[in-house]
Design a binder for this molecule. Structure first.
Ligand SMILES: Cc1cc2nc3c(=O)[nH]c(=O)nc-3n(C[C@H](O)[C@H](O)[C@H](O)COP(=O)(O)OP(=O)(O)OC[C@H]3O[C@@H](n4cnc5c(N)ncnc54)[C@H](O)[C@@H]3O)c2cc1C
Length: 90
């Protein structure tokens, strides 16, 4: 935050900061296990993010694939981890 404040002060003298928001995002690779029996997870919880780009597209794909597999699992009456692993493969 200090680097950003210095940069803004140097580039935009006279500008005022209205608000600051800070937080963390996962920086490791996507977790290898994203499902269990009757359970699947998408998004930051399974590290579907990219520290350089924040990974908006990865999370969207993760959510899309999770939903597609969940719909098929419910329609076929099989929400076992074995079936849900299709999501991990996607
Ligand atoms: C400061 C900051 C800036 C960012 N900027 C960008 C950006 O510019 N572009 C970008 O693509 N990404 C950005 N990100 C990353 C992005 O915000 C996250 O990767 C994204 O929001 C993750 O979405 P998610 O749905 O996986 O998790 P979250 O958005 O964290 O959603 C999880 C939800 O689950 C809820 N929850 C937690 N525990 C429980 C529980 N036990 N029961 C019920 N609910 C629960 C939480 O309250 C939360 O609402 C930024 C992140 C931060 C911190």
């Amino acid at each position: 935050m200090q680097y950003l404040n210095r940069f803004v002060a140097a580039r935009f003298p006279g500008a005022s900061t209205l608000a600051q928001v800070a937080g963390g995002i996962p920086v490791t690779n996507v977790l290898p296990a994203m499902v269990a029996d009757g359970f699947l997870v998408a998004g930051d919880a399974v590290h579907q993010s990219d520290p350089l780009t924040a990974g908006h597209h990865q999370r969207q794909h993760g959510g899309l694939f999770a939903a597609q597999v969940a719909i098929r699992a419910i329609r076929q009456g099989d929400t076992s981890a074995c079936f849900l692993r299709r999501y991990e493969q996607m």
